[in-house]
Structure formats: C-alpha cells, structure tokens
Design a protein around this ligand. Structure first.
Ligand SMILES: NC(=O)c1ccc[n+]([C@@H]2O[C@H](COP(=O)([O-])OP(=O)(O)OC[C@H]3O[C@@H](n4cnc5c(N)ncnc54)[C@H](OP(=O)(O)O)[C@@H]3O)[C@@H](O)[C@H]2O)c1
Length: 239
C-alpha cells in the first residue's frame, strides 16, 4: 500500500495539533509536523520540525527535508493570527496600527504563501494532492456584513486571492494538485478564546471535531475544486 505523506504547518496550534493526530492515525501515514517551536509527539509516524514564517530559510529547509522522503500528498497550513497580548482586532479605523497589519499579514498571508512557494513543487503528480491553508469566513468580501477586524479580514482575503492565483499556476504545472482555502468554523482555541462569549455552544467545535470536519472536506476534494474556499461542512464560500 502506498504511504501517505502529510505535512502540517502550525502543528503547535489547537487545530494543527488535532489534524496532526488524526492524519497520523490513518494507515500508512507519515506526518511532518512543523511549528516555530517543535513539539514532542507520541505517535512514531510523526516527525517534528522547525518552521518560522519570519525565516524563509526555515521554510526552504523544511521543504527540502520532506522532499527527501518522496512526493507529498497533503500540505495543510494551520497557522494564523488574530490577536496577541498587545494586539486586539480593530473595531474602528482609529484603532488601525501598521505593526498589527504587518503581524497579521505575515501569519495569515505571507507565511502560508511562502510555504506554497517551497512545498507546491513537492506535491505528487501521480495521484490527487492537496495544498490547503486555513482561511476564515470573515475573509470573504461578499460575506462582510459586520465590519471590524480590519487586519485579520484583509489578511485572510489576501490569502484567498493568493491561493486562487497559485491554483491557476498549479493547473499548468501539476494537473493532480488541488489548492484551496478552508474555514474551520468557530473552534475553541487560544485564537478564538476572547471572542466566544456570544457563540451558542452548538456552533462551537472542539479542535478534534474541527479536524474531523476538515479531513472530510480535504479527502472529498476533486481537481475541479481547486482555487476555491470551503467551509467545514464542505459548502463553498463565495469570495
Ligand atoms: N479558532 C477559530 O475559531 C478559527 C476560525 C476561523 C479560522 N481559523 C483559522 O484557523 C487557523 C488555526 O487557528 P487555531 O484556532 O488553531 O489557533 P491557535 O491554536 O492559536 O494556533 C495558531 C497557530 O499559528 C501559529 N502562528 C501564529 N503566528 C505565527 C507566525 N508568525 N509564524 C508561524 N506560526 C505562527 C502558532 O504558532 P506558535 O504556537 O508558535 O505561536 C500556532 O501554531 C488560523 O489560521 C485561524 O485564522 C480559526
């Protein structure tokens, strides 16, 4: 049976760690779990490595390391940023700070696309292969009814555009490659924690539930889905 080679970038995060565990539980899986500070994993088919969006050489080295084992079947970028101790999503224009915009764009747009730059060439040409980055419904321009969250929204909208652009390039280079954005739903994590007060319990997923939903979507993707943005339930989100 062919081995499945899976790469998770942002494996220290809530959804990233849950996806790493789930993918590693599949038969014949070899999972590479990258994060800024590599974690220790119990499953022996998980190899941890360092990858930092602010250090492109770490991304280049990670891709080189993975390519030594052969073609890659799935690359899932699960890293992202909404707030830090000193940065809150903006409610009004007067709160805009260039440093916050830069931090959001590094984590949500530039980092994932540098991963695409270095990993897309390693995707399998023999069978359908997926590059997915976790985006967010709030990055949909047509879905924006509430406003606010300028930097996060903009960086996810830019990610959606960059993924679509990469999908067009990849359609010429590798017909088996599927490039998509994924919205995981509202998931209990450090990223969402300050904003969960008004979320009804039935609309809040655990990281493991979210990982299950995302795996279902990823494993159901077809080549004609490339360039699109999908929600956790498989529905397409218009840009
Ligand atoms: N949770 C939700 O409700 C929700 C909803 C919609 C979309 N999403 C998206 O889903 C993804 C995962 O979110 P989560 O809920 O699992 O968040 P999380 O638990 O806070 O994990 C965030 C991950 O991103 C990594 N990261 C942040 N900034 C980074 C940078 N500059 N360079 C490299 N890695 C960086 C973190 O690494 P460190 O451990 O090194 O800090 C961590 O692994 C994000 O893209 C988020 O936008 C989440």
């Amino acid at each position: 049976m062919t081995q499945n080679c899976i790469v998770i970038v942002g494996a220290s995060g809530a959804i990233g760690a849950a996806l790493t565990h789930r993918f590693a539980s599949a038969p014949n899986a070899q999972v590479f779990a990258f994060s800024r500070s590599p974690k220790t994993w119990e499953q022996i088919n998980i190899e941890a490595g360092r990858l930092d969006f602010s250090d492109e050489d770490s991304i280049r080295q990670a891709a080189k390391f993975v390519a030594e084992t052969g073609p890659v079947d799935r690359v899932i970028v699960t890293a992202g940023l909404l707030h830090t101790q000193t940065m809150r999503p903006e409610k009004a224009l007067k709160e805009l700070e260039s440093a916050n915009f830069e931090a959001c764009f590094l984590a949500n747009t530039i980092g994932p696309m540098l991963v695409a730059k270095h990993f897309l060439g390693a995707l399998s040409h023999q069978r359908p292969a997926v590059f997915a980055a976790l985006s967010a419904r709030v990055g949909s321009i047509s879905d924006n009814r509430l406003g606010g969250w300028y930097a996060y929204r903009s960086s996810k909208a830019a990610l959606n555009m960059a993924l679509k652009t990469a999908s067009i390039e990849m359609a010429r280079r590798n017909k088996q490659a599927i490039v998509v954005g994924l919205h995981p739903g509202t998931v209990a994590s450090a990223l969402s924690a300050p904003f969960l007060e008004r979320v009804p319990p039935q609309q809040l997923f655990t990281p493991d539930q979210a990982a299950g939903h995302l795996m279902n979507v990823i494993e159901g993707l077809r080549p004609e889905d490339t360039g699109k943005l999908f929600a956790w339930d498989g529905s397409e989100i218009p840009f």
